[in-house]
Design a binder for this molecule. Structure first.
Ligand SMILES: Cc1cc2nc3c(=O)[nH]c(=O)nc-3n(C[C@H](O)[C@H](O)[C@H](O)COP(=O)(O)OP(=O)(O)OC[C@H]3O[C@@H](n4cnc5c(N)ncnc54)[C@H](O)[C@@H]3O)c2cc1C
Length: 344
């Protein structure tokens, strides 16, 4: 277990903002995770769990508490039959390494989520997703440490209350309560079936790809993303800065009447906030050092923003422009690093 003091949040989050955290503790095993939690409890300091900081924002005042970063590694095949595999992955594994591991073995279920930055342990928190897949489709359970009851728990996926960018881990009184140590997934051999998202379908058509094997889809998604999404190692951002909208059928009809495209699938009606930003003329525009990406409007790039206060101002000005034009109140997707709210 490595303990560092006074670590700027700007150095451990991909948006590269924020003042110092009192402590950052890196853990590589379940035992170390428990030690780190005890360390915080002894000091009577709040805890914030972190992976690679690709969806977390640091405040200018920093964090008076202990940030515990998960580096628990390893993939363990729990069972493998002819066409199904059950795998446990360490919460500190890099998500895309896991996607590669699974697709290389010919299993399907997460290939469309290739190249999403971050750790396996963070993936269930906001139920990450891309190109029609999300984590809830294949997750079986998570092993976690429950900081309220001070005990290890195994939480089946059905109890995680998954929906679009939502789970028990990021909402209500259970938000921030569990330290996710390992995640278990079930995958089947097989291929995705069309219809695919427009950009993915266009790429497949353009390259005459009709074999929708997990490896081919991974390859296609990786290339599409490389062309439009910033590499967190080179460009500061938190990925999609604003959430998309999931609408009821009636709301979807209303949106379409206003000329807003709605992506309708069997399970949801989605409005792409990137479309709203782009059509409100915001693509490529800068606000207080933060630029609406000219390649993917949902991404806000930190070009020269120096403070969270600047980011907040940028966010509010962008949101007002979209609201005035389309009547949609856009909301940020990344999470602020702060003490979890106490619930009675
Ligand atoms: C360029 C870019 C592209 C992106 N594209 C996508 C995309 O296509 N789809 C998508 O869904 N997201 C996307 N994201 C967002 C991000 O990649 C995901 O949210 C990812 O899961 C973040 O992983 P992380 O380890 O960096 O999480 P962090 O930012 O470190 O943490 C995120 C949240 O999870 C919590 N958390 C982290 N680890 C644990 C743990 N072990 N136990 C309990 N809680 C934990 C944190 O407290 C925080 O609330 C993108 C981000 C970037 C920068």
């Amino acid at each position: 277990m490595i303990i560092q003091e006074n670590v700027p949040l700007s150095t451990i989050t991909t948006m590269r903002l924020g003042g110092p955290a009192d402590y950052v503790v890196d853990v590589e095993s379940v035992d170390e995770a428990l030690e780190a939690i005890e360390f915080a409890e002894e000091k009577n300091l709040p805890i914030y769990f972190l992976g690679t900081g690709a969806n977390s924002l640091g405040l200018d005042e920093g964090f008076r508490g202990v940030i515990i970063r998960n580096h628990i590694k390893g993939f363990e095949i729990l069972s493998e039959t002819g066409n199904e595999i059950i795998v446990k992955a360490g919460g500190g594994e890099i998500w895309d390494d896991f996607v590669e591991y699974i697709t290389d073995r010919g299993y399907s279920g997460i290939e469309a989520m290739s190249k999403i930055p971050g750790t396996v342990g963070a993936a269930p928190v906001q139920n990450i997703g891309a190109y029609g897949q999300d984590v809830s489709n294949t997750l079986e359970s998570v092993e976690a440490f429950d900081t309220m009851l001070d005990e290890y728990v195994e939480i089946p996926a059905k109890d995680c209350d998954f929906s679009y960018r939502h789970s028990i881990f990021n909402s209500g009184e259970t938000s921030g309560r569990y330290f996710i140590l390992n995640c278990t997934f079930r995958f089947k051999k097989g291929k995705l079936t069309p219809p695919f998202y427009n950009s993915l379908q266009a790429y497949l058509d353009e390259h005459s790809i009709t074999d929708y094997s997990p490896k081919n889809i991974r390859q296609a998604v990786s290339e599409i993303r490389a062309g439009k999404l910033p590499d967190p190692a080179a460009i500061a951002s938190a990925g999609s800065f604003f959430k998309n909208f999931i609408l009821t059928d009636a709301e979807a009809d209303e949106a379409e009447k206003k000329g807003i495209p709605v992506y309708r699938s069997a399970t949801e009606n989605k409005v792409n906030t990137g479309w709203l930003l782009e059509n409100a003329g915001l693509k490529g525009k800068s606000f207080h050092g933060f630029k609406v990406s000219d390649k993917a409007a949902l991404i806000l790039i930190n070009e020269s923003g120096e403070s969270y206060a600047d980011l907040k101002q940028a966010e509010e000005e962008i949101a007002k422009i979209v609201y005035d034009k389309y009547g949609f109140k856009i909301e940020p997707e990344p999470v602020i690093i702060k003490e979890r709210e106490q619930h009675d």
